[in-house]
Design a protein around this ligand. Structure first.
Ligand SMILES: Cc1cc2nc3c(=O)[nH]c(=O)nc-3n(C[C@H](O)[C@H](O)[C@H](O)COP(=O)(O)OP(=O)(O)OC[C@H]3O[C@@H](n4cnc5c(N)ncnc54)[C@H](O)[C@@H]3O)c2cc1C
Length: 426
């Protein structure tokens, strides 16, 4: 079976490794970027994703390059603890939870693909621009990197095309341009990393703030903290950029573009009085070399991910607000299930139907839950905290987290007991 993967991000590379592990070796990854570079900031991988990467033989690499997250804590904007729970091994999982630089994770996957499948498997500078269905396969259009028509444009035939080409997927667009219209709740997210030293346990993930302004922090290397600042509206910071670096574009920023840099010191003004004895938030934000601006973007759950012999995976299928540590995780789960189904089903079409049936409902539920987590949950919890009803806020957060783990596939009991998606595994 000849398989083309559009996109060499976390989802596409995890798919290549999963297919190879499942005995499907005729795989080619086409990546639009000129090279695989370590871009982005941190991602957090809960145990359901770590299990899959471990079963792909990457457990040691994760342990070497990631920080095992030991707890998740919520604090109010005065720095007072609302609620905390253990994470990873300490919460009874058979696999840890890791925080890691997104680019490092991508590099770990890329290195494993090259080591196991050969250098020629990933071809960079290759932008998939669309596909045409064939009787039993697909004809894939590949443009030069700029997307402009050129002499190097060509078509490649394959038995299966996997669209792992991110939130602005060309494969999805080609299947049906009406699908996946990007939407936003108007919130902006700013991201950065700062060598600001250890805080709390040295492996804590904290969520500070309320429905108006929130900061998430976790270390991705000893002493290097990844931060995300999320706010629904301007907070008077959009001035004073230097060197042509933007200071915040608010609602005019382009949806789905991860590469827009902003001036960190301007962003730090949003949290200028958030100096606690356990973490100096404004100093940490201002101390970042560079920060990245990303308007919250997702799309409504799709009703189908499979279009003949083209199947969507990862953000192309289910881009979601980056709450709950599930963007990369759900992509990794897609990759594993798709490979497993292709290996165990009698034919490709049956496998694609089974893949969609297994993964679409779960990822769609996570997309919708992330929207709720962005809005309703924090409104409710913050109202209770402001009225000093901390017991109510704790109960609410505990229930929300437990429900989220169940629907995203990482409550400890189910995950620990679930059969493996490794072919021949338990
Ligand atoms: C540059 C970048 C930075 C990011 N930073 C963060 C971050 O800091 N925090 C976070 O939570 N998430 C971040 N993300 C998103 C996160 O990686 C994904 O939500 C998650 O990992 C799911 O992965 P994916 O493989 O589905 O999509 P992505 O990680 O977006 O990967 C898609 C890949 O497809 C390639 N591609 C796009 N179009 C085409 C095409 N037409 N043909 C061929 N290749 C194509 C892209 O270059 C990319 O390598 C970032 C994504 C990108 C691309």
């Amino acid at each position: 079976m000849n398989i083309l993967i559009a996109g060499g991000g976390i989802g596409g590379l995890a798919a290549a490794l999963s297919l190879n592990a499942a005995g499907l070796h005729e795989v080619q990854v086409l990546e639009a970027a000129a090279e695989i570079r370590q871009v982005g900031v941190g991602v957090n991988l809960p145990p359901h994703a770590v299990r899959e990467l471990t079963e792909l033989g990457l457990g040691e690499a994760l342990a070497q390059h990631g920080i095992p997250t030991s707890e998740l804590s919520y604090y109010d904007r005065r720095g007072k603890l609302i609620w905390a729970e253990p994470r990873g091994l300490g919460a009874g999982y058979r696999w840890p939870q890791y925080s890691i630089h997104r680019g490092r994770l991508q590099q770990i996957l890329f290195d494993a693909v090259v080591a196991r499948m050969g250098e020629a498997v990933v071809r960079t500078g290759q932008r998939v621009s669309g596909f045409v269905p064939m009787a039993a396969g697909v004809r894939v259009q590949v443009a030069d990197r700029s997307g402009a028509s050129s002499a190097t444009d060509r078509t490649i035939e394959a038995d299966l095309l996997i669209g792992a080409d991110g939130i602005r997927s060309a494969v999805r667009q080609s299947a049906d341009p009406a699908l996946g219209a990007l939407a936003t709740n108007g919130w902006m997210m700013y991201r950065g990393t700062t060598r600001s030293g250890r805080f709390l346990s040295g492996s804590s993930m904290v969520i500070i703030g309320d429905e108006h302004l929130r900061v998430v922090v976790y270390p991705i290397e000893p002493g290097v903290n990844n931060w995300l600042l999320v706010r629904p509206a301007e907070c008077g910071t959009d001035q004073g950029g230097t060197d042509g670096v933007a200071t915040g574009q608010g609602a005019t920023a382009e949806l789905g573009n991860w590469n827009r840099s902003v001036e960190p010191r301007a962003i730090a003004q949003c949290v200028q009085d958030w100096t606690f004895d356990w973490l100096d938030v404004p100093a940490m934000v201002a101390g970042s070399d560079i920060a990245w601006e990303y308007p919250m973007a997702d799309f409504d759950p799709l009703s189908q991910w499979v279009f003949g012999r083209a199947a969507l995976l990862g953000d192309a299928a289910h881009a979601m607000y980056p709450f709950g540590s599930n963007g990369a995780s759900q992509a990794i789960l897609d990759a594993r299930v798709l490979a497993w189904q292709l290996a165990v089903q009698p034919d490709i079409d049956a496998a694609l139907v089974a893949y969609q049936a297994e993964r679409l409902p779960v990822a769609s539920a996570v997309q919708l839950a992330n929207r709720r987590q962005a809005n309703d949950v924090m409104v409710k919890v913050s109202a209770m905290v402001r009225q000093d009803e901390h017991a109510g806020a704790q109960a609410e957060l505990k229930e929300v987290e437990a429900r989220y783990k169940r629907l995203a596939g990482f409550d400890a009991e189910t995950l620990n007991a679930r059969a493996s998606w490794s072919v021949g595994g338990r």
